[in-house]
Structure formats: structure tokens, C-alpha cells
Design a protein around this ligand. Structure first.
Ligand code: PEP
Ligand code: CO
Length: 451
């Protein structure tokens, strides 16, 4: 059965007529309704013209004229909404983007996994320990991670707490950017203190110096400061998993005659919830935001063609991003078919590679990790395969932190399984630490991009 694309059949809550996976079960339906109503009356976190501006930039990336750097925590936590964490996340993304600007010689669009990345899909609805079975932890916007019945009960009030933390986070990000934190004339402000000891520091410093030289050169030739370079755009994204949360922040913009999800600039659908006839695709098809969908090794050609038709019936450039996360082992065999399938449909998408989620493994001591070499190898294969198939990779999607954690193995310091316990802080997936993230940026900066 072909899925409908007519917007007349859509409303912010039409997803409720479909099966929606990975949704928490709330014991008190009235409390959920109250929270959703309260959320729908609060001001939006982002505004429609910012969403439209990102849409335009994604269209440029789809044409090969810009490159997307999307990254951040696997899951944000409500307790960890601190100025240090936000500054560190912003700094590492900015530093990486400097490295990318230098190497790729094109605008870099920065999109954080930030200000709303609070809901997580889980492989099972319940978790059993020592004979006790409780609901799985689904992220801080749903329940709490300690293994006791009270913590694990889904709590609708957390939707409001998540909204508030998202707003506080983005408010601080905006203030930092407006206040000159990202001024290219002072890239030294962007240094992370501990980065000075990194094996990659000298290379990073050379790139920054070369960019500062180019900027001074430009300004002395033209006799005027390069204002546009003093400010960088920064956008927010999160997995639009919790459909009540997303619905509550969906607003009709009269001027545009369309509904926008104003909880974030670009929401994405995770690989577990992207069924064509399910609630997430139904909700996403009706919003005017640019949207993304994760694509895994089980997605086939027929699925992708239909997905592109349903989510982008008007074939608008920049509207649909496909984030492939195939794993280093499967990318060679799977990606060519996916590229060909979309091309054969006559629809165009923006392709982004997530080299994290297809490369997760568990160590003998039970910790989730990812090997740096697998991450790099998937990334390099992605650039090469797109180019060989007359396509191009328009960006990367990474789980990273500006913090000095030990969650992924390998990298310039050669972290081993034995090092992981030292500073393993993620409650969900393992992230690149600041050095590994910078090293990835340096490797990407050497790749062929654009058409
Ligand atoms: C994620 O991005 O954290 C995630 C769960 O990804 P995926 O849907 O690709 O597994
Ligand atoms: Co993750």
C-alpha cells in the first residue's frame, strides 16, 4: 500500500493513528495530556526563519557547495546542563569546523546533537537484573537511569524539564556566538586547555595560524574587516523520537502556510523507528523543517525510494538528508545500491555518513566501544564510494565530546580496551573524545568532496 503524501490528511497528531515504536507507556494518561498541553503553550525553542535558513544551507550542501558537520553527545542529560559542557561541545565542533574549512575549502554548516537530544531508542522495553524486571531507561526526558521502580517509571513532567534544559542550552549557545566567542580573529579563545598536550596540537595550531594569515591578508587587501567571518551559524538537531514532545512544539506559521517543528532546526528519525507506515514517518512528512533519516544495512532500494517519495514529494533540495550508518564491514556492499536506488527514483537527497552506529561492539568486560580505525575506514569508504558512483558525501554525523573521556579505542594515543574504564562517562553510546574528534576532522579535511 502506498503511503499518503497529501498534506490535507496530515495534522500534528495524525501520527497517533499509526503504530509508533519506542514510545514510553505512561501510567497516568491525564498527566501526559497536561504536560503536552503545557508544552504546546510555551514559546518555541527555535524560529521558522532559522529553520528555513538551515534548509537553504542543506540545499547548498546537496549541490556540493557546503559540508555538514553534525555532532554531539549520544544522549544529553538533564543534570549535565552546565556552562562547561556546553562550552566544550561548542568549542570542539568549532575547532573541527576550522580544520574542515581549511582542508575542504568550502563553508561548513555546524549542526549540534544538542538542546533536545534526550530520548533514546532501546533494544528491549524492559530490563531484568537479579530477577527484577523494570522498564528500560529511555533517556532523561522519559525516566531516570538508576535501576529502581520509581526511577524507571516514565514521568510526563520530564517532558517539561527537557524542554527547559533545551531552551537554557540553546540560549547559552546563542549568547556565546553573539558575544564573539566564535570570532575568527580570536581562534585562540577556542582552545581547550588540555588540548595543548595532544599529539595533534601542533597540526591544529598550524591550521589556525594559516587561517588567521588568510584573514589578515584579505582584510589588508580590501581595507575592511571581514564581518561575515566573525560570526558562525550554529544549528540544533535531535532524534525526533518522542512524538508527544515533538507534536507539542509543532506550530502553524501563518506567513509560510506550513507547520514547523520548533523544538529544533533539523529533527531526524532513528533507524529503529523509520518504518514507512509507522508514526514517525507520518509525523515527519507534515512538518516543513529539513528532516533526516538514519539508514542502516537492512534498508533496501524499494524502501529508500518510497521513503524519499513520502518525505519529499515536492523534491525540494535540502529537505531530506539520509544519514547512512552501515558499519565498516558492510558499507562496501550496501552503499552503492542505496545511492543507485535514490538516483533511479529521480529524487535527490543530501547524503551524510554516521560512522559511529554501525561500528559499536562490546568488550570482554561488557563496555560498549567503537574502534577508531573502523570509524575512519567507514568514513573514507563513504567518500570514495560516493565519488565512484557519481554522487558526493555532503557531511558527517558523529558522537563526540569536548571532554577528555575514554570511550572509543584507538586514535593517536592508541587507547586500548584496558584504558576504557579510566574515564568512561557515557550512559549510552561511546563518543570520540576531543583528540579523536580533532583527528577525525583532520582526516576528513584530506578527502575529495563536492562534484
Ligand atoms: C543515535 O543516533 O544515537 C542512534 C540511536 O542512532 P541509530 O538510530 O542510527 O541507531
Ligand atoms: Co548513539
Amino acid at each position: 500500500m502506498a503511503t499518503a503524501t497529501r498534506l490535507e490528511d496530515w495534522s500534528p497528531d495524525s501520527w497517533q493513528r499509526k503504530t509508533s515504536l519506542q514510545q514510553p507507556v505512561y501510567r497516568d494518561g491525564c498527566a501526559l495530556e497536561r504536560a503536552v498541553l503545557a508544552l504546546s503553550r510555551l514559546p518555541p525553542i527555535v524560529v521558522s526563519w532559522e529553520v528555513d535558513a538551515l534548509h537553504g544551507q542543506l540545499a547548498a550542501a546537496q549541490r556540493g557547495e557546503a559540508f555538514i558537520l553534525q555532532g554531539g553527545d549520544c544522549a544529553e542529560s538533564l543534570d549535565d546542563c552546565s556552562s562547561e559542557r556546553i562550552v566544550e561541545q561548542l568549542k570542539i565542533l568549532l575547532q573541527m569546523s576550522l580544520v574542515l574549512v581549511h582542508g575542504l575549502k568550502r563553508p561548513i554548516i555546524r549542526v549540534g546533537r544538542i538542546a533536545g537530544q534526550y530520548a533514546k531508542p532501546r533494544s528491549a522495553d524492559t530490563e531484568t537484573r537479579d530477577g527484577v524486571t523494570l522498564p528500560s531507561y529511555r533517556g532523561d526526558i522519559v525516566n531516570r537511569s538508576p535501576f529502581d521502580a520509581v526511577s524507571r517509571e516514565p514521568d510526563p513532567e520530564l517532558l517539561l524539564r527537557g524542554y527547559e534544559r533545551a531552551a537554557l542550552t540553546l540560549n547559552f549557545v546563542r549568547a556565546l556566538i553573539d558575544g564573539g566567542f566564535t570570532d575568527l580573529h580570536h581562534p585562540e579563545y577556542w582552545d581547550l586547555e588540555f588540548m595543548r598536550h595532544s599529539p595533534k596540537y601542533e597540526e591544529y595550531k598550524r591550521i589556525v595560524e594559516s587561517l588567521s594569515d588568510s584573514l589578515s591578508f584579505f582584510e589588508s587587501i580590501t581595507g575592511r574587516p571581514m564581518h561575515d567571518s566573525q560570526r558562525v551559524d550554529f544549528y540544533a538537531s535531535h532524534e525526533g523520537l518522542h512524538l508527544h514532545y515533538e507534536q507539542a512544539q509543532t506550530r502553524y506559521i501563518q506567513r509560510r502556510g506550513r507547520w514547523y517543528n520548533l523544538s529544533t532546526h533539523q529533527p531526524w528519525i532513528g533507524v529503529r523507528t523509520a518504518g514507512l507506515d509507522h508514526g514517525h514517518v507520518e509525523y515527519f512528512r507534515g512538518i516543513a523543517n529539513p528532516v533526516a533519516v538514519k539508514v542502516g544495512p537492512n534498508s533496501d532500494a524499494a524502501y529508500l525510494r518510497e521513503l524519499a517519495r513520502v518525505l519529499n514529494p515536492e523534491r525540494l533540495p535540502g529537505r531530506l538528508t539520509l544519514i547512512h550508518r552501515l558499519g565498516a564491514r558492510e558499507i562496501e556492499s550496501k552503499l552503492p545500491g542505496l545511492i543507485d536506488a535514490v538516483r533511479a527514483s529521480g529524487n535527490e537527497v543530501l547524503w551524510i555518513c554516521d560512522p559511529m552506529h554501525g561500528n559499536t561492539e562490546t568488550t570482554s568486560s561488557g563496555l560498549k566501544t567503537r574502534r577508531f580505525d573502523n570509524i575512519l575506514s567507514e568514513l573514507e569508504a563513504a567518500f570514495r564510494i560516493h565519488q565512484q558512483h557519481g554522487s558526493h558525501l555532503g557531511g558527517v554525523h558523529l558522537e563526540l565530546t569536548g571532554d577528555n573521556v575514554t570511550e572509543c579505542t584507538g586514535g593517536a594515543r592508541g587507547l586500548s580496551d584496558g584504558d576504557l574504564a579510566r574515564a568512561y562517562r557515557s550512559t549510552v553510546d561511546p563518543r570520540l573524545n576531543y583528540e579523536q574528534a580533532l583527528e577525525v576532522a583532520m582526516r576528513i579535511a584530506r578527502q575529495p568532496v563536492g562534484r
